[in-house]
Design a protein around this ligand. Sequence first.
Ligand code: HEM
Length: 181
Amino acid sequence: MKNYYSFVGSDVGSWSVTDQNTIIGSPLERVQRIEVVNAPLNNLVERGIWALQGFTSNVRYANRNEIIKLQSVQEGLNRKESVCAALIPIKKNAAWWSMSQDERRAIFEEQSHHTEIGLGYLPEIARQLHHSRDLGEPFDFITWFEFAPEHTELFNNLLEKLRATKEWQFVEREIDIRLAR
Ligand code: HEM
């Protein structure tokens, strides 16, 4: 069974929204708080103003060498000092999804260096990728990051680099939601 996560935006929840910006595409309604629940939306009674869901999955792009590097430095979610988070839902365009897996990998890594760039921000930034596309959700991915307040600028710097890559030319909707607990 899939490991589902639901992200419910309303005026209740353990994370308070400190900033919400539409990077590209149509916005999401502004909310005050977000609750993250380790369950599919179907199982929830309270769905707030909006609710997004995704599931964690196996890797699609990372090669063995990259997996080894990631595993040697990355840290998990829920660290005591990680009181800041970012919830960034992303949708890629039809051109992206019309490509073959190896064409996408070439853009993702050989041309955009997504993993190589990201590795430079570990272990300060902890991350979790959720897949939504196969659920017919409005976004393809729901990305989640956690870090200590003093690493906010570091995280902004990472985003600036990634958003300047070729991979991001295929992003047609992206909302940047910053949170604090
Ligand atoms: C913190 C450092 C980061 C590292 C080490 C990292 C690493 C990775 C890796 C290895 C994958 C591929 C997973 C697979 O093989 O399926 C991936 C996918 C992805 N990452 Fe990152 N990432 C980082 C930061 C970010 C940021 C800041 C964003 C944007 C908000 C982001 C958005 C995504 C998305 C949307 C995917 C899925 C791409 C696709 O399947 O088309 N990542 N990341």
